[in-house]
Write a protein that binds this ligand. Sequence first.
Ligand code: GMT
Length: 375
Amino acid sequence: MKVGVLCHSGAGGSGVVATELGLEVARAGHEVHFVGASVPFRLGGHPGLFGRGPYFHQVSSYAYALFEQPYPELSAANALTEVILEHDLDLTHAHYAIPHATAAIHARAITGRSRVITTLHGTDVTLVGADPSFLHSTRHAILKSDMVTAVSKFLADQTRDVFGVDVPIEVIHNFVDTDRFRRNPDPTVRARFAHPDEALIVHVSNFRPVKRATDVIETFARVASELPARLLMIGDGPERVAAFELAQRLGVIGRVQFLGSFPEVQSVLGIADLFLLPSSQESFGLAALEAMACEVPVVATRAGGIPEVVLDGVTGALAGVGDVDTMAHAALSILRDRDTYLAMGQAARRRAVEHFHPSLIVPQYLQAYAQLLQP
Ligand code: GMT
């Protein structure tokens, strides 16, 4: 198969899933062409598959004085059209409804070929797509895609509710490469961030308001007042400054490091003792799954699709949104009892391997592609 991929290039989960999937599809022997404004975050450092791609095609933008704003959907549709015609693509996989599914549908209309499979990731439905300024365009993208998938049952149900659509939406969960994401037993790596007697807590996100980064700090401050602990905040985004200032106000800034954004996140997850994900909305929680693969228990909210990933009392603990007291209490219970901590970490890894391994999830996408191409 020849597959085009449209995705966001930043560090967010939809671009990460698109990239990891594109690499797996290429490894399975298919031709994969990424089309985007810049090289996707996790594709950047990838060595490529010995001449078999994946390939990257840049979307150019044209700033004209008359235009009050850029038109990314039109530019993406135009670039994708070129790639469809030049490489004879069979299908386009659009990750995130706006502007990727709309651009793919546009390119399909121009070329009269390349079927469109759209994967809904989360805020494209729950936040952006539900906003009146995008509601009709998002509903149209869902209705006119040849196939639609969602990353959790929660998100599939939510999509039907928000848009009042009655189309089949296949649930295909996120996946994690459990060979790459695993425990790192090297004490010298851990020693860079914490003393052996300190608990090492980690949060990874794009620091959007839905991630509630300040709740991470609130929870951590409560934990750190009871036992020696350090916090690593990984990623970047609009709430980073608020989180930093709160850490200063609560007097824990000396125990918190903001490490910014980097693709090799497994290097830090592999040495962590606990992962915090206090989101107000989360369709799945890929970052939590990646932590689980590294034997890290997850303390999170019960938001959206998180309960499809994190099992309360088994692979971590769940609390209500904003309930930092319960999250801190759960974190302390896990960190104070070595047996519970080890059992949860092992259960988390087992769950990642047994339910979210690429060998279980990638074939679901390949089957969807094959179904799409049936005459
Ligand atoms: O929606 C976001 O804030 C980021 C988004 C993305 O597109 O990068 O992440 C979403 O997609 C991930 C991969 O499918 C999911 O694991 C995340 O849960 C989801 N984020 C939210 O729903 C907030």
